[in-house]
Design a protein around this ligand. Sequence first.
Ligand SMILES: [Fe+2]
Ligand SMILES: [Fe+2]
Length: 274
Amino acid sequence: MSRALREAFHREYMTFFERAERTRRWNLFTDIPWDELPASAPNEQLAQCAETFCGVEMFLPDYLSAHLDAVGGNYGQAWFAANWGYEESKHSLVLREYLHRSGQRTEQQLFDFADDVLARTWTRPYAEGRQMVVYGAIQELTTFVIYRKQRELALRAGDHVLAEIYRLIGRDEMAHARFYQRMIELHLDTDRPGTLLDLAHVLRTFRMPAEDVLPDYEARIAVMRTAGIDSGVFLREVVFPSLGAVGLTRHDLPGPRERAAVDSELRHRKAAVT
Ligand SMILES: [Fe+2]
Ligand SMILES: [Fe+2]
C-alpha cells in the first residue's frame, strides 16, 4: 500500500476516533437503565435473538486477528482495529449482562454458551485486505439494520432496556460502517478498477460472520427470521446505501464480461510492474 494511502487512512482514523471520543462513548455499567428491566414474563424470542447476536459478537478474538493480519504496516488501520475491538467487546458483554440481569439466562448457561461459541473458529472470508474492507462495510451496515429491527421489536414488547442497548450498539455499528465506507472511497481514488472488482466480488459472495459456526445455528434460524433480513432488505437497506455512500450505483459495478476484462488488464499491469 502506498505511503499516501496509509497517511490518508491515518487522517481518516483520527476523524473517526475524535468523533467516537466526543460523541459516542457509553458505559455498560452506568448508561444502561438496568433498574428499569421489566418485571413481567420474559420474551423468549427476544432473548434467543439477543443470545444469538451475543454469540456472533463473541467471535471477537478471531475478528481481531483477521483485522491485524490485514494491517500490513498500516498505522491508521492498526489503531482502528484496536479501537474497534474495544467497542465490539462491549457489544457481546452488554447483551450477556442483559440476559443475566433480566433473569432470562443463568450465569452457568452463559458460561456454557461462551465455551460452545469459543470452541469454534471463524476464519476470514477474503484473502485481500481491500476485500476485507468492503466486507467490513457490508457486515457493519447489515448488523446496524439487524439491531435497528431488534430495537423496534424490543420497544413493541415494552422492553426499553433492551431497546436502549440495541440503540447504543447499533450506533457503534453505523460508525464502523461509515469508517469502512471512507476507506473504500480512498481505495477507489487510488485504484478504481481494482476496487470496483473487489466490491462486485464481495457483494456477490457476502455472508454474515459466524453464520456457519454458531452452536445450534439451525435451531436459531426460525427465530432469527424476526431479524427480517431477506435478500430484498439486504439490497435496499445495505447494498444500495453502501454503494451510494461511496458515490456509486449498481450500474458502476462490473458485470461478468467486464470483470473478466478488468481482471486480465490488472493481471497484465501487475506482470508489467514485477
Ligand atoms: Fe458489534
Ligand atoms: Fe461493528
